[in-house]
Design a protein around this ligand. Structure first.
Ligand SMILES: Cc1ncc(COP(=O)(O)O)c(C=O)c1O
Length: 387
């Protein structure tokens, strides 16, 4: 493009998503009236719990509709500080906590507060696509640390350390992980913490899926390397609040202050109404725990069904221990995952995400945040394609 709207180098540097073609095709098929089942969405299919909605309505009716402090209302930062202590054993005082517009903005602020051009950032792969893209936007360099389906996508701390160079500045961890569902056990986290301490690296840990853990123990790495860790979390996945846009971070005073300064010049504060809603989610622990337990039990049942179903069809699928995604080996359909995803869409009318953008060749991601009836139908349709 030329003329006045010549795009910036930053905008042009964003990698076009390889999955766009599949997503647009799914939309096109739907427009044509084809009944496509989506297994590609990254959000809970449950509605936001009633007590959270009620708190938001009360906030609107009592006029809590103005700007708040950039880092969030004090009551919410206190509730987050208490949550970190209660659920994760982490000590972040309320002024070491900041509230953002979704987990994404917490990550974005963190990367821009900490990274310089040329810095290297270690990211276990397959990874959530936004990590390398956000890191690259800062001018820093994402460095993938491969993991394999055979190990259940477990990070090998020696593989991690082997990629440390004098330019390495940060490790990004996401456990339970998107797209793999892997949950890193305490011994792996201890070893990663030791790598960070040996090389003086920052650990940015994204714990958005912490409540969606099935057979494993979820541990926060901040327990092992508190001086090195910035912990990111949010309301989206845990409390079925994706549209409310609330994320948060806990870290040292200096980095939180820098994140606040960045946010003060971009979005100011997260939505006031959403902050009061999240306050209810964190404070009314009995109702929230009942919701989380119900959702976790439903996801577990769906996970068991989809894993056994896909393996039964000959598509090798490791059993993930957390989140609500599975990674299926689609090489029996086609060696190239983009082509496999296209066939699954065109011939089985199921939308999945090819692993291309996640650094997961030969695999596709299916989200099981959908009804059991849909899962049964998806297995039937993919079975028809194979058979
Ligand atoms: C690993 C991970 N982190 C962060 C986010 C973003 O969360 P939010 O919707 O709160 O911005 C997502 C959403 O898909 C995610 O999968």
């Amino acid at each position: 493009m030329s003329g006045p709207f010549l795009l910036s180098e930053r905008a042009l540097s964003l990698k076009p998503s390889a999955t766009v073609a599949v997503t647009s095709r799914a939309l096109e098929l739907r427009r044509q009236g084809v009944d496509v089942i989506s297994m590609s969405v990254g959000e809970p299919d449950f509605d936001t719990p009633e007590h959270v909605k009620a708190a938001a309505i009360a906030a609107i009716e009592s006029g809590k509709t103005k700007y708040t402090a950039v880092n969030g209302i004090p009551e919410l930062r206190e509730a987050i500080s208490a949550k970190f202590a209660r659920e994760n054993g982490l000590e972040y005082a309320p002024d070491c906590v900041t509230v953002t517009s979704g987990g994404k903005q917490a990550l974005f602020n963190a990367f821009f507060a900490l990274l310089n051009p040329g810095d290297e950032v270690l990211i276990p792969a397959p990874y959530w696509v936004s990590y390398p893209e956000m890191v690259a936007l800062t001018g820093a360099v994402p460095v993938a640390v491969p993991t394999t389906p055979e190990s259940g996508f477990l990070l090998d701390p020696d593989e991690l350390e082997a990629r440390v160079t004098p330019r390495t500045r940060m490790i990004v961890l996401n456990s339970p992980g998107n797209p793999t569902g892997a949950v890193f056990p305490p011994e792996v986290l201890l070893a990663v913490a030791a790598v960070a301490q040996r090389h003086d690296l920052v650990i940015v840990t994204d714990e958005m899926y912490e409540h969606l853990v099935y057979d494993a123990e979820q541990v926060s790495i901040g327990l092992y390397a508190p001086e090195h860790t910035l912990t990111i979390n949010g309301a989206s996945k845990a409390y079925a609040m994706t549209g409310w846009r609330i994320g948060y971070a806990g870290g040292s005073k200096g980095v939180i202050a820098a994140m606040n300064a960045l946010q003060s010049q971009s979005t100011s504060n997260a939505s006031s109404v959403s902050q009061y809603a999240t306050l209810a989610a964190l404070s009314d622990q009995a109702h929230t725990a009942a919701f989380v337990d119900m959702a976790r039990a439903a996801y577990r049942e769906r996970r068991d069904r989809i894993v056994s179903g896909l393996n039964g069809l000959g598509l090798r699928t490791p059993t993930p221990q957390g989140a609500f995604y599975v990674m299926a080996d689609t090489t029996p359909i086609h060696p190239d995952e983009l082509e496999a995803a296209r066939r699954i869409l065109d011939d089985a009318r199921v939308a999945v995400v090819p692993g291309t953008d996640f650094a997961a060749p030969g695999q596709v991601r299916l989200s099981y945040a959908t009804s059991m009836a849909n899962i049964e139908e998806v297995l039937r349709r993919i079975g028809g394609l194979l058979g």
